[in-house]
Design a binder for this molecule. Structure first.
Ligand code: FE2
Length: 423
């Protein structure tokens, strides 16, 4: 059956307004695309490839509303300690249910691709097993990459005779897609450095992607991204590697930063920034001026270094809010990183679409191109600028040519009379 979407504003296809879909694939994107069995009039609305959440902890979803635990200081490090105790009482079925609810929430805003940071510092690997099972169970409707993420450290964690490093390897053997790490949370910088080298060794051994929580601190001495970049450059593994957060890179001096950006560009390494979470978590030891805690997103964009945004947390011990709506993340990110120049608005959606797909290395099956799976979303705006300015809703999410959901645009006209007298 052929389906035709007409009167569309198609992201980065300036002169096309129609999409023809057959057997779950884009058959044509252009004008006068031919006859179809069904025609859907989008009335000028914006079509984007689906949102990609490049960094999200599905296994922590809503743990922040459990009365048994409270992060009193609001810092990242207290959250890590609290989580270590809490997770011991969680079963695989409970974890699977939590992950399913998180995915459902996130998908309802137009996300179809998630890189799921999943804690593996647990001798039973409960979270990893749950995430892998949910990944496979939901794969037709959502694409999830599972990162074997040692939240409590590769070398700082050791329980029941298993180190964080051993558990990362076990998770990879079970089928995790990416090697994670957290060098700034190891007990010494020496162990942090060793963890980075081990991450790269494991990725090459098991042919996996790399995604490291890297320098998520304001401490300018935390420069593990330099080591990670050098290690992957030596191995020709930069494009398969992502440095998440790199908050301290927003605080280092310019001479160091600009030298490093030349090296990042050379290696092809990717970055993810999490605007809402790091605005909330960082700068906690600052009085005023208080740092924003974000990495140099605008400079990465300007230097052709791939960077994407992620939600990171939804109501967990690290961050008390969040919905999974990447429009909200984009809006916060654009303000915090000043990506509001004339040239930015037409391409800003890349930060929550194409750039994430690039670091996930799914470009062969992602995007608005003929021959690829017909996955796309429809926003309630006539162009990218209006969509960002008004932070509009995602009205429909289409996967392999079929609706995951579609919502009605408000059925009534807004009547606003600012001169109305109150009686
Ligand atoms: Fe994270």
């Amino acid at each position: 059956m052929k389906k035709k979407f007409i009167n569309a504003t198609i992201y980065k296809h300036d002169h096309a307004s129609e999409i023809l879909v057959e057997d779950g694939k884009f058959v044509a994107i252009g004008n006068n695309v031919g006859e179809a069995d069904e025609t859907i009039d989008l009335q000028g609305r914006l079509v984007l490839p689906p949102y990609v959440d490049s960094h999200l902890h599905l296994d922590y979803y809503f743990t922040g509303q459990d009365d048994k635990i409270k992060n009193e200081s609001g810092t990242l490090f207290e959250a890590i300690d609290l989580w270590n105790d809490y997770k011991k009482g969680t079963t695989k079925e409970e974890m699977k249910e939590r992950i399913r609810r998180a995915v459902h929430d996130v998908a309802s805003y137009g996300t179809q691709f998630i890189r799921a940071q999943t804690d593996c510092t647990d001798p039973n690997l409960t979270g990893i097993k749950a995430a892998l099972e949910v990944r496979d169970e939901l794969k037709d409707n959502i694409t999830i990459q599972v990162v074997a993420f040692p939240q409590n450290g590769m070398y700082s964690y050791n329980e029941e005779g298993k180190s964080g490093r051993d558990l990362v390897e076990e998770a990879l053997q079970l089928g995790a897609d990416c090697v994670g790490g957290i060098p700034h949370n190891e007990w010494s910088s020496e162990e942090g450095k060793e963890s980075v080298k081990e991450i790269v060794r494991l990725a090459i051994k098991y042919n996996k992607l790399i995604d490291v929580h890297c320098d998520e601190t304001d401490d300018v001495q935390s420069r593990f991204v330099e080591i990670l970049n050098a290690e992957v450059m030596k191995q020709g593994y930069g494009k398969s590697t992502t440095a998440s957060h790199t908050c301290s890179f927003g605080s280092v001096d310019d001479s160091y930063a600009f030298r490093m950006m030349g090296l990042f560009r050379k290696s092809g390494i990717n970055f993810v920034a999490c605007p809402t979470e790091n605005l909330f978590l960082q700068g906690r030891q600052d009085t005023y001026p208080k740092r924003r805690g974000l990495t140099r997103v605008k400079e990465f964009v300007d230097h052709d270094i791939n960077v994407a945004f992620g939600q990171d947390s939804i109501v967990d011990l690290w961050y008390p809010a969040g919905s999974g709506n990447l429009m909200n993340i984009l809006d916060n990110g654009l303000h915090a990183t000043q990506l509001m120049r004339e040239q930015d608005f037409p391409r800003n959606f890349d930060l929550i679409t194409y750039n994430g797909a690039k670091l996930m290395q799914i470009e062969d099956r992602y995007g608005l191109d003929e021959g690829k799976p017909a996955n796309f979303i429809v926003l309630d705006a006539p162009n990218p600028f209006e969509a960002q300015r008004r932070r509009v809703e995602c009205l429909a999410s289409i996967r392999n040519g079929e609706y995951l959901f579609h919502k009605k645009s408000p059925a009534y006209e807004t009547e606003l009379d600012i001169n109305r007298q109150t009686k």
